[in-house]
Structures are given as C-alpha cells and as structure tokens.
Design a protein around this ligand. Sequence first.
Ligand SMILES: Cc1cc2nc3c(=O)[nH]c(=O)nc-3n(C[C@H](O)[C@H](O)[C@H](O)COP(=O)(O)OP(=O)(O)OC[C@H]3O[C@@H](n4cnc5c(N)ncnc54)[C@H](O)[C@@H]3O)c2cc1C
Ligand code: SF4
Length: 331
Amino acid sequence: MNRFSYERAPDVASAVRAGAGNDSARFIAGGTNLLDLMKENVFRPSHLIDITRLPLNKIEETGDGGLRIGALVTNADTAYNEHVERRYPLLSKAILAGATSQLRNMATTGGNLLQRTRCYYFYDTGAPCNKREPGTGCGALHGFNRIHAILGTSDACIATHPSDMCVALAALDATVRVTGPDGERTIPFSEFHRLPGATPHLDTNLRQGELITAVDLPAKGFASHHTYLKLRDRASYAFALVSVAAALELDGERILEARLALGGVAHKPWRDTAAESMLNGQRASVELFRSVGEAIVHEARGFGHNTFKIELAKRAVVRALAQAAGMEQPS
Ligand SMILES: Cc1cc2nc3c(=O)[nH]c(=O)nc-3n(C[C@H](O)[C@H](O)[C@H](O)COP(=O)(O)OP(=O)(O)OC[C@H]3O[C@@H](n4cnc5c(N)ncnc54)[C@H](O)[C@@H]3O)c2cc1C
Ligand code: SF4
C-alpha cells in the first residue's frame, strides 16, 4: 500500500471542503470497495476523508410521500428497514441478492452507487485499461470478456456496472442528492451513471469534490407486482451476469405502468423506457414479454465470451416480467 494521510470529517461542509481542490483525495465510507482497490494498487489516493461520522445515516419520509435514504445507511439497514420492505420490496430484494451479510453490514448507499467495475483487467495493473489509465487500451475488448457489457459499449471500454441495488434504484426512478463546492443539487438516477464513450474513466456525472448525501425514492414503490431476478455463476456471493428489475402496476391483466432495468449488461444500470412503453396499456402475456425481450437486445453486441448474455438477457426479461405479473413461468 502507498502512503496516504487521513482525516475524519465532522460535518458535511468540512468533508466537501476537504475533497474540493484535491483530485487525489477520496471519501471513505464502508471501505469495502475502496480499500480493496488501494490494496491492489488500482487507486492511490494521497488523502482519505472518513465520512462515517456524518449525520447521513437515517431513512426518513420526504414531503411528497417518498423515502430518503441517507448516504451512510448501510445496505443491510436499508434492506431490512420496515418502510423499504413494505413500500419498496424491489429495493430490499435487489440489495439482499448482492454480496454477503458481512459486506452488507459495512457497505453504504453512497459507496454502492460509486463502486467500481469488476472487470479483471481494471484490477490487473499490468494490463491495459482505459478506465484505470486513460489511453492505454482495453484488455477486455479482445481478451477474456465473459462478464462484460453487451449494450451501450464503446471501442474504449466494455465494462459493466456491478451493483444490484442500483438496478432497482433505476427502475424505481430514484434521485441522488449531492453537496459540492457549488452547493446542493439532485441528479435523476438515469443521469447519474455514464456510458463509457471515449471517457470510460468517468463512471458518473458527479463533479469534483461532490459528496452524495442521500438517495430519494418517489412515492410509487410498485410493492404489489415486482421482481428482482439475478442470474449468476453461483447461487450466492457472485456478481450478476444479467439481472432484471421489473415492476408493474396492473389493473387485472392490463399493465397500467411498467418499469424495467437490467444489470450486468452495460456500463450503467440499463433502464429501457422504450421497452416500458411497449408494455404500458397492454394485456400482460408471455408473447408481449418476448417481444419486449427481443426489443431490448435488438442493438446488443457480444464480444465472444460474453455473447451468450444476449440470449440470457432476452430470456431473463421474459421471466422477470412473468414473475412480476404473477403468471406461470414461461418454459
Ligand atoms: C467480495 C465482494 C462481493 C460483492 N458482491 C456484490 C454484489 O453481488 N452486488 C453488489 O451490488 N455489490 C457487491 N459488492 C460491492 C459492495 O456492495 C460495495 O463494495 C459497497 O456497496 C461499497 O460501499 P462502501 O460504503 O463500502 O464504499 P467505499 O468502499 O467506502 O467507497 C466506494 C467509493 O465510493 C466513494 N464514496 C463512498 N461514499 C461516498 C459518498 N457519500 N459520496 C461520495 N463518494 C462516496 C468512495 O470515495 C469510493 O470511491 C461486493 C463487494 C465485495 C468486496
Ligand atoms: S472493459 Fe473497461 S475496465 Fe475493462 S479493460 Fe476495458 S477499459 Fe478497462
């Protein structure tokens, strides 16, 4: 490990002040991703700002009937919070599909949003990687790319965002609250993470020095009809090859409103609003779900080892929608 200095921030303003103007400083929350990256020499921050004592560890009602989850609420506390379990069970299930109970006890809301890709080449400091070191190339493009993206890729990077929680937050239309040197702002979840384009080293649209303070959930939680389907190599303790968060508002068999987001397929949680429009107002049926699955992967591109994900994603969408609608499982 490299040498670094450390301070514990007493309040949000001090944390932001300490982060501003020093692009090699990093906030540290649960440390479950940051410390790994430091031990692997992928990150070499000169200064750590411990934010664990900031008053951002509450889950509170918002004025408009939604829920605000503080940036330092642990993933375990969110998943088992009675309001989240009752009103946003999709979020609980997505969190509980990830990591282990020990990790979920440490991992925080803000850290989960900002966890880095699990691309093997990103972790291997001897390999080329445009995300770790811009301009060095992409080891995965013509290398072993079984876990990599099939949607929204670029020639510079085909990494995926690894979070389960973020897939549910995308489907639920969450917003991210941040405070930075220029004050507070909110970012719609769909605009928080980025596609790689020519700048894959930028995972998000956060500005230098900005601290995530909370994630807001709108009032609508799709508690009655939802599913989080995670397909992975092992039954537990593995990142998603493909995951689907599906949420439906139904009137009998008619879909009044649909939400659909995929994980493990793109550089960001992949919310597909065009696919949602295909579902809105229609009668729920396996045929409809199949056409939605086809549409979602229409522009997908495989890179060899991960080409199987195209068919997997298509089938996962059908299964997740059928589960959310309470229908018989399609064969
Ligand atoms: C073995 C293993 C298995 C895992 N499996 C899964 C899985 O299946 N699914 C899944 O979704 N995740 C999984 N994870 C990832 C885990 O969920 C993340 O490591 C965790 O959510 C990160 O949160 P943290 O609080 O520990 O972040 P930290 O490690 O403290 O920080 C991560 C990054 O976020 C920044 N940061 C943290 N908080 C803030 C804030 N409030 N504002 C601005 N920046 C901030 C830090 O500077 C750092 O860059 C796994 C992790 C491990 C180690
Ligand atoms: S896919 Fe992205 S993260 Fe992985 S090696 Fe290529 S540039 Fe790096």
